[in-house]
Design a binder for this molecule. Structure first.
Ligand SMILES: Cc1cc2nc3c(=O)[nH]c(=O)nc-3n(C[C@H](O)[C@H](O)[C@H](O)COP(=O)(O)OP(=O)(O)OC[C@H]3O[C@@H](n4cnc5c(N)ncnc54)[C@H](O)[C@@H]3O)c2cc1C
Length: 324
């Protein structure tokens, strides 16, 4: 268990006292509405504050986790024994007269809002993003995508901060993107996304808005309402996780307060009573049943925090403590 020393607490308070919340439940900050407490949450409102908070954590070797809108994470009921930086650095700027036209956003900006502002400015490219929940940072981290496009197709550069160095710009190749993945998501190297620049092409705003509306109507028809993390598993090559889960007869299956959606089998919906452990057990059951029936190993798209999973962050990274 990691303890904040009085020296550390003093250093945090000297910079961020007004932005600190101690022992705060994370359920209210995740779209699935589950998750135990963070030892400390620091809310930042600009990329400079984001950088300062990360550097402070690195200086004192505090376990650190950047939270966007929590639309792709499953936090265990044990919570996170470290610092959660709640990223609300949300500046967005359009450059329609650049060649190509550009969209600049701080990493805590809402991705959908950036896409809608691009539409108003007559910049096409991010239409797919208008319906994807989350921040620009979360999307860049996980190569979010929809309707045949993704971050990889639109990203020009991303501003990255790592310990003991000034921010640098990585291009799309350096992010080593693959389907819902990046070098940051895979490697867990300490790195913070401060901002990103996307490129688009000039288009009539009404045409862009029409594409967004078509996507939005389709999504409302095919995805369930209610608290979830969106797609739980990645689609295996040449197939769909939702199709496999449905074919295994798992639609409507529940563990505790979580149910495999009868509308879209890759969505696991919280019926308002669920715990993170209910989610975890349902994940294991679905993986097992799909494997037993089709010999396909489903891989999580979401990121578990505090669960025993190869790429999962432990609740604390101090002293090599293991989660059970
Ligand atoms: C209803 C619903 C529908 C969805 N549909 C889609 C879809 O169509 N396509 C899709 O791709 N996803 C979809 N998702 C998943 C989710 O929207 C995306 O994964 C989104 O990009 C997550 O963004 P976030 O800000 O919520 O990230 P979070 O969940 O807060 O964080 C995700 C990861 O990114 C890291 N991270 C976030 N910001 C930073 C930063 N600034 N620096 C470093 N690391 C950072 C976090 O530490 C964490 O590891 C859906 C989710 C829901 C709930």
């Amino acid at each position: 268990m990691f303890d904040f020393s009085s020296e550390v607490i003093q250093a945090i308070n000297s910079k961020f006292a007004a932005a600190c919340q101690w022992d705060i439940p994370l359920a209210q900050f995740t779209t699935a509405k589950v998750g135990g407490p963070a030892k400390l949450m620091i809310t930042v409102r600009s990329k400079e504050e984001l950088a300062d908070a990360a550097e402070l954590c690195w200086q004192y070797q505090l376990p650190l986790f950047v939270l966007g809108t929590g639309a792709n994470i499953l936090v265990s009921s044990k919570g996170f024994n470290g610092v959660v930086i709640h990223n609300q650095a949300n500046k967005i700027q359009m450059e329609p007269d650049q060649t190509p036209p550009q969209i600049y956003a701080e990493s805590g900006a809402n991705l959908g809002l950036a896409a809608r502002k691009a539409a108003l400015a007559g910049i096409s490219g991010l239409e797919w993003a208008a319906i994807v929940p989350g921040t620009v940072g979360g999307a860049v981290h996980g190569n979010a995508g929809a309707y045949g496009s993704n971050v990889q197709a639109n990203l020009t550069v991303v501003e990255i901060l790592q310990p003991n160095s000034d921010p640098v710009f990585w291009n799309v190749e350096q992010m080593q993107y693959s389907y819902r993945s990046s070098t940051l998501k895979n490697s867990r190297i300490p790195a913070i996304i401060l901002s990103a620049i996307f490129h688009g092409i000039k288009e009539d705003p009404s045409l862009i808005k029409a594409k967004m509306q078509t996507n939005s109507i389709h999504r409302k028809k095919t995805q369930p309402p209610g608290a979830s993390m969106g797609s739980m598993f990645k689609n295996p090559p040449g197939d769909f996780a939702g199709r496999l889960i449905e074919a295994a007869g798992l639609k409507g299956t529940s563990v505790g307060g979580v149910t495999v959606s009868p509308i879209h089998a890759n969505f696991f919906v919280n019926n308002e009573q669920a715990t993170a452990e209910d989610y975890w057990q349902l994940i294991q059951k679905v993986k097992k049943d799909v494997y037993d029936k089709f010999q396909v190993k489903l891989e999580l798209e979401i990121e578990p925090i505090g669960f025993p999973y190869p790429t999962a962050r432990p609740t604390t990274q101090i002293d090599g403590e293991q989660d059970d």
